[in-house]
Ligand binder design. Structure first.
Ligand SMILES: Cc1ncc(COP(=O)(O)O)c(C=O)c1O
Length: 376
């Protein structure tokens, strides 16, 4: 039995409802970082093979998290933006090609596609999803014979809308379009099965629902899709014969390690591996179930107060994000005051974004709304 209160010894005055932003670390992650610092200080890299074993373990953990067919499909990168950039600038483009995605994406999943325009003459088609009953149909309606790639966040960062990736990937495969998923707002919150959704590329940094530090990201590539990416970064760590420094000839690793140019972020890897060990021990179905009750509790509190929601209500359309508007007040100012009152959240759209996690004590959600009431 995992003692969640001991794993999350947050300051008692703080209510943390910002897992869609930057999450707090579990206690075991803090220990992993302290232990690694301690080891480095006393022993340097004496046990470097152990660090390599931990790196290998993190690949296994990530593969397990998304049900990847092989650890060879997993690369450890710096962040989501880096992974998406390797896709965008790795593919062969023809002038007149286009990329389709939802309007209102987080900048990391928009700029990279917009950047293709000036360089290659590729158009980025941003499809508004607000008020769409069938967002997948709206996206696919924008796909035409020149579309090469569909770029979506599994869960929209502002509204929290969750897309049906299985449906999107079926359409993509029929139309010969690649599917690239920014999964940062889903991994660690809900189960994710890359074999079920058949995405070509999946990217996610670890500092949100995965409860890790910033700077360690998962990049999954389906082997056939991987072959289509020209490499953008080069170094000792990405070659097939890694560690053979005297060898003059080289070729990229067959595995996704080919995207990892140089020295790994071993400190971040130690931390992320510890955080993932917690999520995997609890199990993603149990995490998702516990999170769903917290999300329902937030929605219930907004309903009681008559606050209009900016997030979908249908369980199949939500993950861990609830965004709502507080009528009659300046929501930006309210956000600043709420943060000062110890409710860690975000200001998104024209309102407040609350994002609890599976371990959030239900009483903390009540406290957050009581503090909000006191400011209105
Ligand atoms: C949908 C989405 N993608 C990406 C990011 C962050 O990107 P990166 O990992 O490059 O910092 C965020 C952070 O808020 C996000 O919400």
């Amino acid at each position: 039995m995992i003692d969640l209160a001991a794993e999350f010894p947050l300051d008692p005055d703080l209510v943390h409802l910002n897992h869609a932003g930057v999450a707090p670390w579990p206690a075991r992650t803090r220990r992993a970082v302290c232990d690694f610092a301690d080891e480095n200080t006393r022993l340097g890299s004496l046990y470097y093979p152990d660090w390599q074993a931990r790196e290998a373990r993190l690949r296994v953990q990530f593969a397990q998290l998304i049900n990847a067919p092989s650890v060879d499909d997993i690369a450890l990168l710096k962040n989501t933006s880096e992974a998406l950039s390797l896709v965008a600038f790795g593919l062969d483009w023809q002038r007149g090609d286009n990329v389709v995605g939802p309007a209102g994406e987080f900048p990391s999943n928009r700029l990279v596609w917009e950047a293709l325009g000036p360089r290659f003459g590729v158009q980025y088609r941003a499809v508004p999803l607000d008020g769409q009953d069938d967002p997948e149909a709206a996206l696919m309606a924008a796909v035409d014979g020149d579309t090469r790639l569909l770029a979506v966040s599994a869960v929209q960062y502002a509204s929290g809308l969750r897309l049906d990736l299985v449906r999107l990937s079926e359409c993509c495969r029929t139309r010969g379009v690649l599917l690239c998923v920014d999964a940062i707002q889903q991994l660690g919150a809900l189960p994710f099965d890359v074999q079920a959704c058949q995405a070509d590329f999946v990217a996610a940094d670890g500092h949100k629902w995965l409860l890790g530090p910033e700077g360690v990201a998962l990049f999954y590539s389906r082997p056939e899709a991987r072959e289509r990416l020209h490499l953008q970064q080069f170094g000792w760590h990405m070659v097939a014969a890694v560690g053979d420094f005297e060898r003059r000839d080289w070729r990229p690793a067959d595995s996704a390690r080919r995207f990892e140019a140089g020295s790994p972020n071993n400190l971040g890897i130690a931390a992320q591996s510890a955080s993932l060990s917690l999520l995997l021990a609890v199990g993603m179905p149990a995490v998702a179930e516990a999170l769903a009750t917290r999300v329902t509790a937030v929605i219930e509190q907004t309903r009681r107060r008559g606050f209009p929601l900016r997030s979908p209500i249908a369980p199949a359309r939500r993950a861990g994000i609830v965004t709502f508007h507080v009528p009659g007040v300046d929501n930006r100012r309210l956000y600043v005051r709420l943060m000062a009152a110890g409710v860690l959240c975000a200001q998104r759209l024209d309102g407040l974004r609350f994002s609890p996690h599976f371990y959030t004590p239900p009483a903390a959600i009540e406290t957050a709304f009581e503090r909000l009431d006191a400011l209105c």
